[in-house]
Design a protein around this ligand. Structure first.
Ligand SMILES: [Zn+2]
Length: 174
């Protein structure tokens, strides 16, 4: 593994569970606070300062907390990312491409892409956004500019080292 990556604290939602029923089956609802603009680089740098709480205490004061909704009991809850455990980290990153299909709805504005609880980029109408993940278990979701996730926009998948994954998105993943 890249020496640098061993010392980086990568955000992960792998250990997040619904506080009401314990389910790991949840979807992203969206942002509570004003958008924080994370580039991937900034995300990695910030991670050292941000994800220090081992109890993952997500509150309204935590600017990194996002709201999720349990698919089993339907409760909503807040969660900030955990620090990824070493066994979650891939030897080489996987590449994810998300193609936003042309659609009249919101055609002038970018959609915001989240991976593992952090913003990783934006995608314009009819364009494709490509990013990398170092984590094996990933949760990706797409929000509007207002920070509200599209209803069927949460996907979870297992990435392979060096693998490539391609999704099409048209208000939901296809
Ligand atoms: Zn639940």
């Amino acid at each position: 593994m890249d020496q640098d990556m061993q010392n980086v604290m990568l955000p992960s939602l792998y250990k997040v569970r619904c506080p009401n029923c314990g389910s790991a089956n949840f979807k992203m609802v969206g942002q509570l606070n004003a958008a924080k603009n994370y580039s991937i680089k900034k995300m990695v740098l910030d991670a050292v300062d941000i994800y220090i709480d081992p109890e993952n205490e997500a509150t309204h004061e935590n600017p990194n907390a996002l709201e999720y909704s349990c698919n089993d009991c339907k409760e909503s809850f807040l969660a900030g990312p955990f620090v990824a455990a070493p066994e979650e980290i891939l030897q080489t990153p996987a590449t994810i491409s998300i193609e936003r299909l042309k659609n009249m709805y919101g055609c002038a504005v970018s959609f915001i892409i989240y991976c593992n609880g952090c913003k990783v980029g934006e995608v314009k109408n009819g364009k494709t956004f490509t990013f990398q993940t170092w984590l094996r278990y990933n949760i990706v979701a797409v929000t509007s500019v207002t920070g509200v996730a599209f209803k069927e926009s949460t996907i979870r998948f297992e990435a392979q080292p060096g693998g490539t994954i391609y999704y099409k998105f048209n208000q939901k993943f296809l």
